[in-house]
Design a protein around this ligand. Structure first.
Ligand code: GLP
Length: 260
């Protein structure tokens, strides 16, 4: 284990707590830590100074420091490991739940370079899930497209989608390694992808996840059902993200004025 008195950890002593400020001390510490951690310049795994030392230097009680650390842990900026201490957490990509984005858009919005490796592209008959979601005749053919999705050349997700062929005949002539499927569907087939519903669950990595994603911990599986602006079901997708590199944040708004 790294020792917490390394110079890397000394950066936390820069935080200042203004005792006469109306802002509670714990909130000032949370803010100060965020300013230090959010640019991503402190390497993941850097230990925070021991609680006792940090309390002394900041002039606050353990309870105040714990309150701040709990808030930072909830936001995924630090991680505490029982008996070992508290560490800077690895940076995870955050999914913006309220916007329906393609993988390409999501990765670009984080300043990273998206890329894909095509694993499977074939025509298949419908599965029971397809039949339930798309409600198409049994004879309808589907494209099954499986791609490994990368951000800055690091595999982040393994994605398998089913799209009915009648919506985008000749999809096989496009290069799905270098192009966004959503962009192809919108620009070449005139489909307006409007909304989706997603179901998120965690699973233990399969052999395939381990091999292609190098995932050893839990994998976050997002099942997306996508519709056009005319409410036509267009895509049934399963995306398995590496749980240590990706997290889903759900923003919810509470309806006001509702009686219980
Ligand atoms: C996300 C969605 C998938 C969708 C994909 C399209 O990963 N979860 O349902 O198929 O984006 O990505 P792109 O347009 O970059 O190929």
């Amino acid at each position: 284990m790294k020792h917490a008195s390394t110079s890397e950890s000394d950066v936390f002593f820069r935080i200042r707590v203004d005792k006469i400020s109306p802002v509670p001390a714990y909130a000032q510490i949370t803010e100060g830590m965020k300013n230090l951690l959010q640019p991503g310049s402190i390497p993941a795994g850097t230990p925070l100074p021991p609680e006792r030392v940090l309390c002394e230097r900041l002039g606050v009680s353990r309870m105040t420091l714990r309150q701040a650390c709990e808030a930072l842990e909830r936001e995924g900026l630090i991680e505490s490991h029982r008996g070992r201490g508290t560490f800077v957490a690895p940076r995870r990509m955050t999914k913006k739940q309220q916007e329906m984005r393609s993988f390409t858009e999501e990765i670009r919005s984080r300043g990273q370079k998206p890329s894909s490796r095509l694993i499977v592209f074939r025509n298949v008959k419908q599965s029971p899930e397809d039949s339930e979601f798309f409600g198409l005749p049994e004879t309808e053919s589907f494209y099954e497209i499986e791609r490994l999705r990368l951000a800055d050349d690091v595999p982040i997700a393994l994605e398998c989608i089913h799209i009915p062929e009648y919506l985008c005949p000749g999809l096989d002539r496009f290069n799905l390694v270098s192009h966004s499927i959503y962009q192809i569907l919108e620009e070449n087939y005139g489909l307006v992808l409007a909304h989706c519903s997603e179901e998120i669950s965690a699973v233990a990595p399969t052999k395939k996840h381990k091999r292609l994603l190098q995932a050893n911990g839990a994998v976050l599986v997002v099942n997306r059902r996508t519709y056009t602006n005319k409410e036509t079901p267009v895509e049934l997708a399963t995306t398995a993200y590496r749980g240590d590199l990706y997290r889903a944040v759900v923003h919810s708004i509470r309806k006001t004025g509702e009686a219980y």
